[in-house]
Write a protein that binds this ligand. Structure first.
Ligand code: SF4
Ligand code: SF4
Length: 459
């Protein structure tokens, strides 16, 4: 595969290899909105008791994907807006769910393959699947042209696949086997950072006999692990059908459902960033109170908590009270109370510039850098430095598209292929003028999509 663009920076506060278990909470706060899902169909009553794995709500716009109870307890619907709260938590064991009994019509109509897909959907594993081309939830009962499984996460602070695998290589291997049983003859691309590493050889040993699993290596540079980029580089065109994509935790969830018939409410997430006292991976359940995590991990009172990675995550709003079901990590940055005036024009030993010429840091060689929310400098006009184009993995010209959008010329932006942007955020990161390019492009893609829909143009 031939990759273009990309950029890595050495950042302080990356989580280590250990996985710690968070203490049991007193209550869980299950957010009804995540990046992809809106669980608007609430299935439980205020004050009722729920058992572990019971359906609390569904998203009718996404194949009725369920929000499952991560613990048994009493439901409160009025305690926090847009949340289902579970109190009086009990750690009772979960009964395995026999989908053949609960959905005999699926078993009759679609056989064992249909039952497996139904189980993945209803027991919470389907949430780990992405359509590689659109980032949305794929249709569970369609056959994809291929599956991409990535064991790599290049976002510096997010949960790493190798850490999740360190305990569960056997389980991962069984999960791959489960995935293969969902396909007819389509390939599974297994993405690893080094094809010759001991880890890749272990996987090869385990997966001997699975001819359709192809191991592919990617250069460890952000954002080469992006599913859209991987699909494009593997030559998997949208016209040939959907491409499913999932990461290590998704494969582990597939095994949990297909082997043990149990729900997937546990998460291994990372808590990292320069404002975290000890960055680490933690095992917990979704709904875990964010306040409790902040009390244990966030050193500085004035810190910004981001749901996801530093490049693509979204700032957590004060109304959100618990970890949402799609969270793969929290990134915590010290909040800069004021920006350094003309920071970009000053030489500095402690901050790096993509340009490599602006700062004395260029003389220091590689060093770990501390990010703040100011990311140095003030927003100003594009200076045509071309850095955004150099790092862009999609091969488009962000500065040019920015100028079209600045003049509100959506047609020209479309001709310049703003649709190819994968939202990695690198252009915004390296831009010395601190222009919010990625956010502008996401907005433009949304406007173009809506315009096409209103005109009835096929996507
Ligand atoms: S234009 Fe899009 S794909 Fe290119 S660097 Fe910016 S966010 Fe990434
Ligand atoms: S990186 Fe920023 S300043 Fe440089 S060309 Fe791109 S948009 Fe303009």
């Amino acid at each position: 595969m031939k990759f273009r663009g990309g950029y890595n920076i050495d950042l302080k506060g990356r989580p280590g290899d250990e996985i710690k278990t968070l203490p049991e909470p007193d209550a869980l706060y299950l957010s009804l909105r995540t990046a992809r899902f809106t669980f608007s169909e609430v299935c439980v009553a205020d004050g009722g008791r729920v058992s572990l794995g019971e359906v609390l709500a569904r998203d009718p716009g996404n194949y009725s994907v369920p929000l499952l109870a991560p613990r048994a307890g009493v439901v409160r619907l009025k305690t926090a807006e847009n949340h289902i709260v579970i109190e009086d938590i009990a750690t009772t064991p979960e009964e395995p769910v026999r989908a053949e009994e609960t959905a005999p019509h699926i078993a009759r109509q679609m056989g064992s393959g249909g039952i497996m897909r139904y189980k993945l959907l209803t027991l919470g594993a389907w949430q780990f699947f992405y359509d590689a081309h659109t980032g949305s939830l794929p249709e569970p009962f369609r056959i994809p042209q291929a599956i991409i499984v990535s064991t790599v996460n290049c976002e510096p602070y997010l949960a790493r696949g190798d850490v999740q695998l360190s305990r569960d290589l056997q389980v991962f291997s069984r999960g791959l086997e489960g995935l293969q049983s969902l396909l007819e003859y389509q390939p599974i691309y297994l993405v690893v950072p080094d094809i010759e590493s001991a880890f890749a050889w272990q996987l090869r040993e385990k997966d001997r006999g699975y001819a359709r699993i192809r191991i592919v290596e990617i250069p460890m540079k952000y954002p080469n692990d992006n599913f859209t980029i991987l699909a494009r580089n593997l030559g998997l065109k949208p016209d040939n059908g959907p491409v499913w994509a999932l990461r290590t935790e998704g494969v582990l969830a597939v095994d949990r459902v297909l082997t043990a018939s149990r729900s997937c409410t546990e998460r291994i997430i990372s808590i990292g960033g320069p404002a975290v006292e000890t960055a680490e991976h933690v095992e917990t359940v979704y709904g875990y109170p964010l306040g409790q995590i902040a009390d244990s991990y966030v050193g500085k009172a004035n810190a910004r908590i981001i749901n996801g990675g530093v490049f693509t995550g979204r700032v957590i709003r004060p109304e959100q009270l618990g970890l949402d079901s799609e969270c793969t990590g929290l990134t915590v940055l010290p909040e800069a109370t004021e920006r350094e005036f003309m920071s970009f024009a000053r030489a500095g030993r402690h901050k790096r510039s993509y340009s490599r010429f602006c700062y004395l840091s260029a003389l220091r060689g590689r060093f770990e850098e501390t990010l703040t929310t100011a990311v140095n400098g003030e927003e100003r006009a594009c200076v045509s430095c071309n850095y955004c184009e150099e790092v862009c993995p999609a091969g488009i010209m962000p500065h040019l598209i920015h100028k079209y959008l600045y003049n509100d010329d959506l047609d020209e932006a479309e001709r310049a292929r703003v649709d190819l942007c994968v939202g990695c955020g690198l252009c915004s990161f390296v831009c010395p003028s601190k222009i919010e390019l990625a956010a502008q492009f996401a907005d433009a893609q949304d406007r173009i999509r809506r315009e096409h829909q209103s005109k009835g143009v096929a996507q």
